[in-house]
Design a protein around this ligand. Structure first.
Ligand code: ATP
Length: 431
């Protein structure tokens, strides 16, 4: 298994992920996605959106605001219950999550204080006056934006149960102990579905969603043996959940959560109805009854998923006595799909042919033209960022109008007429 240090250093060296505010010494546990990281992350989100929204007719999308009215968080229970137990070390003053440490300080072995509850929501003020009436919170989950819009979405889209609302967006939690690179940060992105069902069918739908979500990771190339399901113990269930299963990935630091799939019952819609005096119940045209739908919530983290795909794709192998590092990304996720490389950069006709081919590919797929090193080096660079195909234009290309396509994983090469290459690659990259 690859170490986290190897992944962190590859991410930095190749432009996937940088330390935030690095020129000022960095800002703890915050990370910026570089050019390739931004592509990878966008591809993960697109793969998710396409699977859960585009390929289904029972889920629609939403993009709600990060700032919401404070009563939302009172109704949802987050003001009161979105807390982690905090302990301080009496000796070195470091703080830890009580449920993540044993009896003594993991830093210095000192004695720990009694645990007290610490609310993880980020507080801010809206407008120029910093008084109680101006207090607002950055959302700690995207879910509430979905619940408060439930009736508007249902009515405007004329949806009948069962149906879902999907959303991708930033969430913020003032985590006591962030860490493990992008695994736990204070600002992160979530991909959430709230799937509304008739009460009584919730357990069956819960099971279906657990399977669907597990298989999604496999569909996009994650190795099955590195994934597992884990049921929450009653004492770790969130305040709104009846039962919850996590999809876990075998990270370098151990099995850890990628996504939680919870049965949230009718908790949220009921609470918002009580507090807002707006009826969020559903009228079932078939049975002519009115009731609160139950909610199954698959809730994943974009950043954790990106990290897991990076780790899972990472391979080291020996090729002609040299170490080859390769990211075996699924074509849907690879940041760059095709690299076009001229064998010689001092031959203008060759460079022009390669540039023309890259220009033809660009409207269809992320394409990189590179002539800044020898071909061996260029291949190694592309392997290390996970580019599925390299096309090399050589001296013969000028004569026979053909170029060589090299596939990343097998390193096999085929030679094809340049005119046919875009269609050939498009077919290979389709998903
Ligand atoms: P954990 O137990 O790891 O704190 P959680 O069970 O509180 O996570 P949920 O509330 O279920 O997490 O959030 C849904 C998803 O959002 C998680 O599965 C994870 O992928 C992501 N997520 C939650 N907190 C963070 C964080 N601090 N940094 C990055 N991703 C996060």
């Amino acid at each position: 298994m690859v170490s986290m240090d190897t992944i962190v250093s590859l991410c930095k060296r190749r432009g996937f992920i940088f330390q935030s505010s690095e020129i000022y010494g960095g800002f703890a546990s915050t990370w910026d996605y570089g050019p390739l990281g931004a592509e990878l992350k966008r591809n993960v989100k697109n793969a998710w959106w396409r699977t859960v929204v585009q390929e289904r007719d029972d889920i629609v999308g939403l993009d709600a605001a990060i700032l919401m009215a404070t009563p939302v968080w009172a109704a949802s229970g987050h003001l009161e219950a979105f807390t982690d137990p905090l302990v301080d070390c009496k000796q070195c003053q470091q703080r830890f999550r009580a449920d993540k440490v044993e009896e003594r300080c993991p830093n210095c072995g000192g004695e720990l204080t009694e645990a007290r509850q610490f609310n993880m929501m980020f507080k801010t003020f809206v407008g120029p006056v910093e008084d109680d009436a101006a207090v607002a919170y950055l959302r700690p989950e995207t879910a509430q934006g979905i619940f408060v819009n439930f009736s508007s979405v249902q009515a405007t889209m004329r949806k009948k149960l069962p149906f879902g609302i999907a959303q991708i967006g930033k969430a913020f939690r003032n985590e006591i102990t962030p860490g493990n690179f992008t695994f736990r940060t204070r600002e992160f992105e979530q991909m959430e579905i709230e799937y509304f069902v008739k009460p009584g069918t919730d357990e069956e739908w819960h099971r279906r969603w657990i399977d669907e979500r597990f298989e999604w990771y496999v569909r996009f190339g994650m190795r099955r043996e590195n994934l597992r399901l884990r049921e929450h113990e009653p004492d770790e269930l969130a305040h709104y959940a009846r039962s919850c299963y996590d999809v876990e990935y075998q990270f370098p630091m151990g099995w850890s959560e990628l996504e939680g799939i919870a049965n949230r019952t009718d908790y949220d819609l009921r609470k918002h109805t009580e507090r807002s005096n707006k009826d969020l119940s559903y009228f079932d045209p078939e049975t002519e009854e009115r009731y609160f739908p139950y909610v199954i919530e698959p809730s994943g983290g974009v950043d954790r998923t990106v990290l897991a795909f990076l780790i899972d794709a990472y391979h080291e192998e020996k090729v002609r006595k040299q170490k080859r590092r390769v990211l075996r990304f699924h074509p849907a996720l690879a940041p760059i799909k095709v690299a076009v490389l001229p064998l010689l950069r001092n031959r203008p006709e060759l460079v022009q042919t390669a540039r023309d081919l890259a220009a033809r590919l660009r409207p269809h797929v992320m394409t990189m033209y590179d002539d800044t090193a020898s071909i061996g080096r260029l291949y190694r660079r592309q392997d290390e960022i996970g580019t599925p195909f390299c096309v090399t234009v050589d001296v013969d290309s000028l004569e026979d109008g053909q170029a060589t396509i090299r596939e990343r994983d097998s390193m096999e090469q085929v030679r094809l007429p340049i005119a046919e290459i875009p269609d050939y690659l498009m077919e290979k990259l389709r998903w």
